[in-house]
Design a protein. Sequence first.
Length: 413
Amino acid sequence: MTVKVFFRHLRYEFPDEQLIRYGSPYFDASSAGVDLLNLFREGVTKVSEHSATFDRRHILVANESFPEAALADPLADLEVWDDWRTGLRAFPYPGTYSKLGITQQEAKTSATSSVGVLGEIMAGIYAQAGVSPWVLVRVIRHWPDFIFGLQQERYAFVEAKAYTRSDLQSSTQEIPNKLLAECLATSIHQLNADPFVQVWGAFTCIEKITPLELKVTFLELDTNDGRRKVLTRRVLPDLVIDGIAERLISTSFNRLDETYIQRLTDDPRDIPRGVRERLEAALVAAAMQELETMLVDQGLKVVMLQSRQAIAERVQKIVRRIRLQDATKTTRLFSALGESQGERIARVRSIGAGELYAVKLTMSDYVEVARAWDGRWTNATEPWRTTGGIPLWRCGGAAFGIAGQDLDGERLR
């Protein structure tokens, strides 16, 4: 089965007068958003557009890497909801009681989690195809959803939003006005704070569920080069520092012995202070070693090196608060990726009638991806590699595929 997508790339550059005026706290976010919406309509430009067809398995494997919420199969959830919405399914009991005035069954409510997850999936897939090949930080419970490293020591903040066709009653460029105004107001504050950041709004509209048809709009929001030239010193944004620190610690857990992790995540009152301090120091050292790997992998050097001390301090602060749930929340996926070292495929879990497999990219893979990456949106549908007739799609630093046969432990071919 396939998923049809119509994709657009729009661009809007905030002029200085808008940055100065609406970056002031005199305007609240709501009133600034309304004014910016009107200005946006006059100045937005369409950069490109195209139609694409995605393999359904591509969407399902991307669900392992990009969304914040944990859903086993967001596409199936949407289809079940659509069956209820259209009357193809109903509760298996009458659902009426005339004495209370209940004379008909109400439809099930919208699958809001699945809608949001699908938006994050499409944001991740398209952003690594057209914005930057590497997700630097996946931000959880904070704005933005993704942070990517760009050329010339710049960063792209990507925020994903998703909605259905019924949400477009009041819209601009087929984006709900409320979401668009919020995006513009938030972006202008970020660009005022750091013009080296580029903000992207990734909007996914579910046009139709059966069969699934999407309209994806990537809105590029930026400022002019003149505002960047006047800055003589670069500082790594706090959002990036926080995200990098959490990523370093999460990855480092999987380099440590299970007994060590159990001891570290015990209640601090149950172990001697000196022992806890040594355990924390070992994890901080492992995290900072992971930073060296990240610098090599992704070519992010100057600004990150300048902020090394800030990253180390944030790592130490997080490590002091670590508990058992922090060590185990990504065990299944990281365990599979650990077993996939040496270009061997590892099973993650069952999905539908098949099995989900993962393989971690090697250093040579990173180099190959970086050299081949050309920033074309149309590359979003392409598999990273095919092995044994099974397509593998890259999602960040790992690749995933779905197969009916047993591939666990097999080497990539």
